[in-house]
Design a protein around this ligand. Structure first.
Ligand SMILES: Cc1cc2nc3c(=O)[nH]c(=O)nc-3n(C[C@H](O)[C@H](O)[C@H](O)COP(=O)(O)OP(=O)(O)OC[C@H]3O[C@@H](n4cnc5c(N)ncnc54)[C@H](O)[C@@H]3O)c2cc1C
Length: 435
């Protein structure tokens, strides 16, 4: 059988891999996404909390999240397809972000929101009560582990206040949203291979020329993109480029707790997103009238870097710790004896900011290190990665003259060099999922 000709191979069919494929296919590239799992979004995207929020530690992070937000508002028209499985949708809830020492009392975040003209309320503790059922607004900072005798004891009479950003929310179903992008990509000519593992990156005359698969098949393409999520470092190893990157990526094991709402509270419909760095947890309303509780990696918690093909998928004490932390804020939160939730992986970079870049191997590109916080940005990333590939393939030197990306929805130009593999570690980062 004659092999089809592809312009680009995208390793991975998660939300970022599919978004890049869609934007390339729209530009006329013949794309192929290859994924070792059985369908789109079956990897770490399936575990995503899919929170769409605007608070990042850097102005670039805030601007990119704001740009991404508009794609979700415009989802069916952006994709121009009707998925027989249904369309994912964005649900607006607003987000309450707690001021703390960890986030510099949100001074930088408010300044970034001001520059972009994004509205928010700067709230004293008393006014935060309106957003949280029977909240305990004492400070518990710094966080401790459960076996510490001081665990659960307040350290201050009041938190520092908070910022409520009304234009935040979450996407109903991250896996379905990724399938939506697959349908849109197929609609404009893109191909997909599932249950297919890439085992090597092929090179010829100093450039990438395709991939090898586990069954020995080789597929040629002049451009290959690593969008392998928590497996990204393994793909970089195959390409032989790891030594020529300043920023590295690793797979981090994380747990997210699902806890019922306090009795009489309709959190599913009236709940908001919270980011509580005084407690070191974030929450989101979940179907079934639940709170979904993730970690913001407080200093006391060990980080569990793992082999993405061989890690513990059982819950540990961590899931209960996160639930108990949230119960410090919402004392009526019923913590079940048998924990419920998920265990999944982040692809964490050294500074918890992603790498969206070319590499030292011509034709081989990177969209990796998404550090638990890039679901929201996926469509915007798809757009600028497709332009970055054109920019580099047309002979521009992105390392010397980084591409400047004119955003589509907001009047802002993003220096894509910010996401360089060779940047210095971004010391402004929260070094947590907040980015
Ligand atoms: C628990 C959790 C909560 C999160 N919450 C949020 C949130 O609230 N908001 C937010 O913005 N972001 C969040 N994120 C982050 C976000 O989900 C990720 O950044 C995003 O889903 C990454 O998408 P991806 O396409 O890069 O990776 P993935 O979805 O991991 O896709 C990579 C794919 O590559 C495939 N692959 C790997 N190796 C190979 C190989 N050798 N051959 C073939 N295929 C291969 C895998 O099978 C996988 O399907 C969260 C992540 C997790 C895990």
């Amino acid at each position: 059988m004659m092999q089809k000709k592809y312009d680009t191979i995208i390793i991975g069919a998660g939300i970022i891999g599919n978004s890049i494929a869609y934007e390339l296919a729209l530009k006329g590239y013949k794309t192929l996404n290859i994924d070792k799992l059985g369908g789109s979004g079956f990897g770490s995207t399936s575990g995503s909390c899919a929170v769409i929020r605007l608070y990042y530690s850097s102005a670039e992070g805030v601007a990119l999240a704001r740009e991404g937000y508009y794609y979700w508002l415009n989802w069916p028209r952006y994709l121009n397809v009707s998925d027989p499985d249904g369309m994912a949708y964005y649900k607006n809830t607003g987000a309450l972000v707690f001021k703390s020492r960890v986030n510099n009392n949100l001074v930088n975040v408010m300044s970034s929101l001001d520059k972009l003209g994004v509205g928010y309320l700067d709230l004293p503790p008393k006014e935060m009560e309106r957003y949280l059922p029977d909240a305990d607004l004492r400070s518990y900072y710094p966080q401790k582990l459960m076996d510490d005798p001081e665990f659960g004891k307040p350290t201050g009479s009041k938190i520092n206040g908070g910022v409520f950003v009304p234009e935040c929310g979450y996407v109903s179903d991250p896996k379905l949203s990724t399938h939506n992008v697959e349908m849109a990509t197929r609609n404009v000519g893109g191909d997909f291979m599932f249950n297919t593992e890439v085992t090597d990156i092929l090179k010829k005359e100093g450039r990438v020329c395709g991939v090898s698969l586990k069954d020995g098949t080789q597929i040629d393409a002049p451009v290959v993109i690593n969008v392998a999520g928590p497996h990204s470092y393994l793909i970089n190893g195959m390409a032989g480029i790891t030594d020529q990157m300043n920023i590295k990526t690793r797979a981090l094991r994380v747990e997210v707790a699902h806890v019922p709402s306090p009795e009489g509270v309709d959190w599913e419909n009236s709940g908001i997103i919270t980011s509580d760095s005084d407690l070191g947890v974030y929450t989101r309303p979940e179907t079934g009238n639940h709170f979904l509780i993730g970690s913001e990696e407080p200093d006391c918690d060990p980080l569990d870097y793992v082999d993405p093909d061989n890690y513990n998928t059982d819950f540990t004490d961590q899931i209960r710790t996160q639930a108990m932390r949230e119960a410090m804020r919402i004392p009526n939160l019923p913590i079940p004896n048998k924990p419920r939730g998920i265990v999944d992986l982040y692809d964490v970079s050294d500074d918890w900011y992603p790498i969206y870049d070319k590499s030292s191997l011509p034709g081989f590109y990177l969209a990796i290190g998404t550090s638990g916080n890039q679901y929201k940005n996926a469509p915007a990333v798809g757009s600028f990665m497709s332009e970055l590939i054109q920019y580099c393939e047309n002979g521009n030197n992105h390392d010397k003259n980084p591409m400047q990306y004119k955003m589509k929805y907001i009047n802002h130009t993003l220096d894509i060099g910010f996401f360089s593999r060779n940047r210095e570690i971004n010391q402004d980062s929260s070094f947590s999922v907040i980015g």
